[in-house]
Design a protein around this ligand. Structure first.
Ligand code: ADP
Ligand code: MG
Length: 694
């Protein structure tokens, strides 16, 4: 029959690519041979039949079994994708969406961005022809704001569901509703862990399909004693594997870019010093340029060692890994609803994660996993499962989106795991302080616009209020620069020179304005790469900021917000920009106590200005973009502000800090600052006083 012909296109191959009408390349056939070996291939018709008979299907399979790359192709080949629509596949991580889209375009022998495309924040590569789109879960959530019934899609695949990211969790609830209204829409929920009962139950007892993995045994080694410094331990372990163990590649799990770059360089250097055989050390993290990311899939004549973030835990599969080094940490978002502070904290992973990591060693043959912690610690200190993000993240961004979608009754929203009421309340409160919600909890005009930006509400807020401060052009630049990877390059062997050079751009009033300087100079240089290189600036990042900036500008213009600038020679030019920053970042303020010590307003955390901060003095009050919690706590990207600006921008918020639940010190300081302002105003600002009285 018709269907079986469709699914047997590989057997009745006439050498012509049905998508493009062109002849298949040799590479297509080379890759096809490998694809046919993937475990999902054996269950191809089973999958297609199951999806035919059910609107929702839960698919569980070991990492590397071919879910992400093959299932969307099966879906397409079996005719589930109506003409003019797409199959959309979500990924929690940008890198995964991008890298898998690229891989699948190669597998299908098409140009990336034509039939197969991707969409990640600020970067979309698709065309009229696109029928398969890999995207971050956050992007699909955004799309649903403009297209609540997700009409562009015939099939949606929520991949890596076991990660339970905030966006995926919200999509569960939204799509469950859409499935009711659109009987023609199909949903596949894919997960790498066997605990799929929860997904099935949530989707009204959806059928399950299991893809058995072909995992070889992995021997687990623990350390005898806890490690003092897991980076040191990781370096030592990699070197000794390289020295003593048979051929096979190594995968090391670390928590972030800095750590990865440092460890990567150290291993390469020490291996050379010890005169060990050659080893190729490669980093893998999300802000790495694509060209460098794809190096991890290349073959090398000798051992390769990959230093990766959690990306390699389940999102990306690298063939040939035989040894895994697992220090047991990852960076996790945590949010303290009371202090409203969200931070990325290096935290112990869960037992489930540790098992996934170990599994990466046994894909091609028996492997070994070196855990840099004790067995006792594994059993006693690691939580069994990772907590869903919805229970530990700041919800203000998604709540703003839900509001825009018309979901008003958050308490009765069909959450798979409902967030803690306090977290919900706090998120609503934050949106209220920001002026996105009114006293009744309805979306305001500002809130409507804010929801359109793919940014945190704080950043969207400064964009929305920028015209009122006569500085939308400048604030667009600052918001764009804050949304790309760090533009300042600090090479290890040239730090001093780099720091000296950075000083040329430093603005006396703060780092946000320094970013503005950098951007302007970049434009003046004619977007010159050599100029960037000479000034220790990351060309790729600033170039990306120009792109992000125009995207944000388009959104502002769409809502009729004028793009304006003040007179650069006027006294108010920079003051207006700083005031505008305060209009969004008033919840990220800190007060100077002595010499170098700042305390965050609201929860009195002791912090210092980050060494990269360009302020040459220590202002009484600053706002900051990021709180970095390490051995000592730092404020990153800080700008000098005045307390009265806080009071002007966010009177409700400041008043809330006088509540007895807030640390006494904060309350005292606010009282004092308020009194001081009242006094000075009455003497110096007579017109203002007069207007208040009248
Ligand atoms: P799953 O989603 O089940 O974890 P994937 O579909 O991601 O599995 O991976 C299937 C296979 O495709 C793996 O063996 C992996 O090595 C291979 N693969 C994926 N991306 C690439 C790539 N960019 N280059 C080479 N091989 C790749
Ligand atoms: Mg996958």
């Amino acid at each position: 029959n018709n269907d079986s012909i469709k699914t047997e296109i590989y057997d009745n191959d006439d050498g012509i690519n049905k998508c493009t009408g062109k002849k298949y390349s040799k590479r297509y056939y080379d890759i096809l041979e490998k694809r046919k070996l993937l475990p999902v291939w054996e269950q191809r018709s089973e999958f297609i039949n199951k999806l035919k008979s059910s609107q929702v299907l839960v698919l569980v399979g070991e990492t590397g079994s071919g879910k992400t790359t093959q299932i969307p192709q099966f879906v397409f080949e079996a005719g589930f994708v109506e003409k003019g629509t797409m199959v959309g596949v979500t990924q929690p991580r940008r890198v995964a969406a991008l890298s898998v889209a690229k891989r699948v375009s190669e597998e299908m022998d098409v140009v990336l961005g034509e039939e197969v495309g991707y969409s990640i924040r600020f970067e979309e590569l698709t065309s009229e022809k696109t029928f398969m789109k890999y995207m971050t879960d956050g992007m699909l959530l955004r799309e649903s704001m403009a297209d609540p019934l997700l009409k562009k899609y015939s099939v949606i695949i929520l991949d890596e569901a076991h990660e339970r990211t905030l966006s995926t969790d919200i999509l569960f609830g939204l799509i469950k509703g859409v499935l009711q209204k659109r009987k023609d829409l199909k949903l596949v929920v894919m997960s790498a862990t066997l605990d799929a009962g929860k997904f099935q139950k949530y989707f009204n007892d959806a059928p399950l399909m299991k893809v058995p993995g072909r995992l070889h045994p992995v021997e687990i080694y623990y350390t005898q004693e806890p490690e003092r410094d897991y980076l040191d331990a990781a370096v030592r372990t990699v070197l000794s594997i390289h020295q003593d163990e048979d051929a096979g590649d190594i995968l090391v799990f670390l928590t972030g870019e800095d750590e990865i770059e440092e460890t990567c360089t150290r291993v390469a250097r020490e291996a050379k010093q010890m005169q060990l055989p050659p080893i190729t050390c490669l980093p893998l993290y999300s802000t790495l340029p694509m060209s460098q990311q794809s190096k991890i899939f290349d073959n090398y004549p000798h051992r390769k060692c990959i230093f990766s973030t959690n990306i390699a835990e389940t999102s990306l599969t690298i063939d040939g890994i035989v040894y895994v080094v697992d220090p047991g940490f990852s960076k996790q978002k945590t949010y303290n609803p009371r202090s409203r502070i969200e931070s990325l904290l290096v935290s112990p992973i869960s037992q489930a994660s540790a098992k996934q990591r170990a599994g990466r060693a046994g894909r091609t043959r028996p492997g070994k996993c070196f855990r840099l912690y004790t067995e006792k610690s594994f059993k006693k200190n690691l939580p069994v499962q990772t907590y869903p993000e919805i229970l530990r993240a700041n919800l203000s961004t998604v709540i703003l989106q839900l509001k825009k979608l018309g979901v008003d009754d958050l308490v009765h929203f069909d959450f798979m795991d409902p967030p803690i009421p306090e977290t919900l309340m706090r998120a609503l409160e934050v949106l209220h302080y920001l002026g996105a919600l009114d006293d009744e909890g309805e979306l305001t005009k500002d809130g409507e616009i804010m929801a359109e930006f793919p940014l945190d509400p704080q950043l969207s807020k400064i964009l929305v209020s920028s015209a009122r401060y006569n500085c939308s052009n400048e604030v667009l630049t600052i918001a764009a620069m804050l949304s790309v990877p760090n533009v300042f390059h600090r090479p290890k062997d040239n730090r001093r020179d780099a720091d000296q050079t950075k000083k040329l751009f430093d603005h006396i009033d703060g780092d946000h304005l320094t970013l503005l300087n950098v951007y302007h100079s970049f434009k003046q240089s004619g977007e010159n790469t050599t100029w960037c290189y000479d000034n220790y600036l990351n060309y790729r990042a600033i170039k990306q900021a120009t792109n992000v900036r125009s995207q944000l500008a388009r959104i502002l213009s769409r809502f009729g917000v004028p793009l304006v600038s003040g007179d650069i020679n006027s006294r108010d030019y920079y003051i207006n920009i700083r005031k505008c920053l305060v209009s969004g970042f008033f919840m990220q303020a800190a007060r100077l106590e002595k010499k170098n010590e700042y305390f965050t307003l609201g929860d009195e955390q002791k912090v210092m200005l980050h060494p990269s901060c360009g302020l040459d003095r220590r202002p009484d009050w600053v706002i900051y973009n990021e709180l970095v919690l390490t051995s000592s706590n730092y404020l990153r990207t800080a700008t000098d502000i005045k307390f009265e600006w806080l009071l002007e921008s966010a009177p409700h918020y400041i008043d809330s800090l006088l509540d007895p639940s807030v640390p006494q010190k904060t309350r005292q300081n606010i009282e004092r600052a308020k009194k001081y302002i009242a006094m000075t105003t009455s003497f110096t600002d007579y017109p203002k006083l007069k207007s208040i009285i009248e």
